[in-house]
Design a binder for this molecule. Sequence first.
Ligand code: 0O2
Length: 201
Amino acid sequence: MNWEGILAPYKQVVEELKVKLKGMRAQFEHESRHSPIEFITARVKPVESIIEKAEKKQIPLNRIQEIQDIAGVRVVCQFVDDIYTVVNMLRERKDLTIIEEKDYVSEKKASGYRSFHMIIEYPVETIHGMKKVLAEIQIRTLAMNFWATNEHSLNYKYKGRIPEEIKARLKIAAEAAFRLDEEMSKIRKEVQEAQRIFHRK
Ligand code: 0O2
């Protein structure tokens, strides 16, 4: 398979979305307003993982465009409320179509995972014309990101079969991350005021 050719539009999408989201962040900063976006990461799913996911979801390789997260962008926020600010801003945009929303922030997954997922359809211009590509935007807090990154590493280490004892600890850690987000939300105004003073200096 010509993976480089297949993945080229996805690379383009990831780059474009990164530029646009960073642009949103810059506009907030320019207006000296709290940015709901702390940082952005993005990736094109590695070929090995695409093949694995296609097998898991029983999608033949000639239909891999049905896999929703080949292009993936992650928006990391300071506060839980920021997640919904970003979600609402994305809902308003005219340059993408929202296909599906999965709110694992208010309804965590069994693993303890929290994050807001948006599956979008994004039109990308190629030299062969316009192509609509699916992409996944994950929106989560710094605490949710810390947890998910560590859990992801453990899943990789244990090939998806994390021992029960560690799984239980991860659930406790997920609760602690949730409480941390709750506590930070309570002093949000104080934190933001401090950050405004800090930025002015
Ligand atoms: P990677 O390596 O990040 O690309 P579903 O069939 O709906 O259960 P699906 O279609 O994979 O599963 O959608 P879902 O649940 O929205 O998950 C998509 C992505 O969200 C995953 O991609 C992960 O990045 C992240 N995710 C979902 N659940 C968890 C979790 O329990 N822990 C962590 N750390 N991340 C999670 P991939 O392809 O699994 O992995």
